[in-house]
Design a protein. Structure first.
Length: 565
């Protein structure tokens, strides 16, 4: 006899009712009221927006302010009417704000109202409010040039006025990280103190220590800004935005519980950091011409591989910017959308709602695109759909997790792609790593060891055997091997390095590669066949960048095995 689970049935009914309400509101918004529909369950709510309309007024008017960006305020309405819209417009005008209206369900608006509780808790229990002022941040950025400036300002803030200490401290941390172009901020509790570290050019640098009381206040402040639950001690994710002039910098926050409290990591998504042109990411001239030719073809699958943090997204975005024109339709499926690209349709995966990479790719193909970018190929369904798309007149860009360019073909075959079809779809496999660039102000020539010379000469001999001339890359083959080392100065935060550059390799799907593909070849077999294509391997590209004084042997060794056969 089947058991009747009343609680489960009621839950399913509630879910069904919610879904029906969302669908009804979406239909009414467009057909009856001419307003865009919004589902606020999928959005982070801005605390700053909540401060514009009080909870009392918000409930009375049945509205929910959910985002404030510069002078623009975004407001969701439950039941739009001319009188209500006029009243809100007048109210916002008095506050020098420009409103944009959306229509949302009762459940969505109720979700925003719940956030007022946390806002009032913040105002009553936390010191100094929760404002992050764009103007103050910009002023602070002007005073910071190096990590030492941040250290000094943090120390001064900790000794300063108790009331505004935490607000000022957070402003300095955020402004400092933005000013020195750090990618991540780590705030970690230890047994007796808190620690601040900034990731600069891929490496964490210890910046300051402070008391656990300061850590706890920073923790609460960051949770509020990021739209997280204050009392929750489980892993949480959130985000908030900072307006910097005409740009909007997003801060993506992650908290996980640890032995002494929650580890806080804030990823800085600065649009300027991703605006790198294809010419600037370190691709050597021959490979650059190959890539330029392949990305402008009408169809094909181009894959970029490498570990997390190796700059794959930056490379894909550089491809998209290179080929963008108003005459072509470009769609991306990302997880998450970290940077917004003008003129390109970007969508974000949502596992809970079934919008996976595979489903996103199928949906994108119904939009008549010319180019599709898929964040990552990680399963059979996505792999097969990407291959089919490349065969039916689309350019598909994506990423794959393999150690090198030769690993792409075996990996796709492992994912269930038919090698006979892959022959016609895959056009280019690229692998990359990021290395730090030596500071041009303080780098110095170093003494090379016998082991280093032996390793580097072995790579040069390998290049010669493959028909590649070292002199083609601006290096005198007759001159003795000269390497440079990091020193450290004020210009590079005493690290000896400033900025990063890519080390690349690529394999074109030539006739020779096509012949061996149906036999499920090993990486070694693919490398052997590809070695005649005239494209540098990563260890060869690393060698060129070392001998050109761009980076150090230690940096290249940290990402590539120089002794690999």
């Amino acid at each position: 006899m089947a058991l009747f689970d009343e609680e489960k049935q009621n839950k399913q009914l509630d879910e069904l009712h919610k879904q029906e309400e969302e669908e009804l509101v979406a239909t009414l918004a467009e057909s009856k009221y001419g307003l865009p529909y919004i589902d606020l369950y999928r959005l982070g709510i801005d605390n700053e927006a909540l401060r514009v309309i009080s909870e009392k007024d918000s409930r009375e008017m049945n509205v929910a302010p959910f985002k404030l960006f510069g002078k623009n305020i975004f407001i969701a309405l439950r039941v739009p009417s001319e009188d209500l819209i006029k009243r809100l417009k007048d109210d916002m005008e008095r506050k020098s704000l420009v409103p944009t209206f959306y229509m949302a369900s009762a459940a969505s608006i109720s979700k925003v109202w719940d956030r007022y509780k946390e806002l009032s808790m913040a105002e009553s229990s936390q010191v100094g409010g929760i404002d992050i002022s764009g103007d103050v941040l910009r002023e602070t950025v002007k005073k910071i040039e190096k990590i030492q400036d941040i250290q000094k300002m943090v120390t001064e803030a900790l000794e300063g006025n108790k009331i505004h200490k935490i607000s000022r401290l957070l402003e300095i941390i955020l402004a400092g990280a933005i000013a020195i172009k750090a990618s991540d901020i780590h705030i970690e509790p230890e047994k007796e103190k808190g620690r601040l570290r900034l990731r600069l050019d891929g490496v964490l640098q210890i910046t300051n220590y402070f008391g656990l009381d300061v850590y706890r206040l920073l923790n609460s402040r960051i949770k509020l800004l990021s739209g997280m639950k204050l009392t929750s001690k489980i892993a949480q994710d959130g985000r908030f935005n900072i307006e910097e002039g005409v740009e909007e910098i997003s801060i993506r926050t992650s908290l996980i519980p640890g032995a002494y409290g929650e580890s806080i990591v804030m990823r800085i998504l600065d649009p300027k950091s991703i605006q790198v042109n294809l010419e600037e990411i370190g691709i050597e001239p021959h490979l650059f011409s190959v890539i330029q030719e392949e990305i402008t073809k009408p169809n094909g699958l181009i894959l970029v591989t490498g570990p997390t943090g190796s700059g794959k997204t930056t490379t894909l975005y550089a491809f998209l910017r290179k080929i963008y024109s108003p005459e072509i339709k470009i769609i991306t499926i990302e997880d998450p959308i970290e940077y917004h690209l003008p003129g390109i349709t970007q969508t974000q995966t949502n596992e809970e709602k079934g919008y996976t990479f595979a489903e996103g790719l199928r949906s994108a193909l119904r939009q008549d695109p010319d180019v599709v970018m898929v964040g990552e190929i990680r399963d059979n369904e996505t792999a097969e759909t990407a291959v089919q798309s490349a065969l039916t007149g689309h350019i598909v860009f994506s990423t794959l997790h393999t150690n090198n360019a030769a690993g792409v073909i075996p990996r796709l075959i492992d994912l269930g792609v038919n090698p006979k079809i892959l022959v016609s779809a895959l056009t280019l496999s690229i692998a990359q790593r990021l290395v730090r660039k030596l500071c041009q102000f303080c780098k110095k020539e170093k003494e090379t060891t016998g082991e280093e010379i032996k390793t580097l000469k072995s790579i040069i001999e390998g290049m010669t055997a493959e028909g590649k001339k070292i002199s083609d890359y601006g290096i005198n083959a007759e001159a003795p091997i000269k390497l440079f080392a990091a020193v450290g100065c004020d210009k590079c935060n005493m690290t000896g390095y400033k900025g990063r550059i890519g080390i690349f390799e690529a394999i074109q799907t030539t006739e020779a590669i096509e012949k061996i593909m149906p036999e499920n070849p090993s990486e070694r077999e693919i490398k052997k066949v590809a070695s005649t294509q005239g494209i540098l391997s990563m260890r060869q590209d690393g060698l060129v960048k070392m001998l050109s004084g761009i980076t150090s042997i230690e940096e290249v060794q940290s990402v590539v095995d120089l002794n690999e056969a």
